[in-house]
Design a protein around this ligand. Structure first.
Ligand code: SF4
Ligand code: SF4
Length: 77
């Protein structure tokens, strides 16, 4: 439905087949200092709410199943 959110290169991509938010995990949502990650009410998986990111990485590092991938742009390091 949200066409604006379905770009090919979002800053953070969640592999829904690995995400265990439907089992109660909210780690990535909790660690994000920008508060841009949410658990989708329909799919019960984590996703980006806003297309913003500090590329600080705890969401990817702390995800227990390795479902989060942060696409770091070449110019941001
Ligand atoms: S930390 Fe990983 S498993 Fe947990 S909600 Fe986020 S993406 Fe899903
Ligand atoms: S890299 Fe940082 S700012 Fe970006 S989604 Fe993950 S925790 Fe949030």
């Amino acid at each position: 439905m949200s066409i604006a959110m379905t770009r090919t290169q979002a800053p953070v991509v969640v592999d829904e087949s690995k995400c265990i938010a439907d089992k109660g995990c909210t780690v990535c949502v909790d660690v994000c200092p920008l508060d841009v990650l949410v658990i989708d009410m329909i799919s019960n998986k984590a996703k980006m709410k806003f297309d913003e990111c500090w590329y600080c990485m705890p969401c990817e590092k702390d995800c227990p199943t390795g479902a989060v991938h942060v696409n770091i742009p070449y110019l941001v390091r």
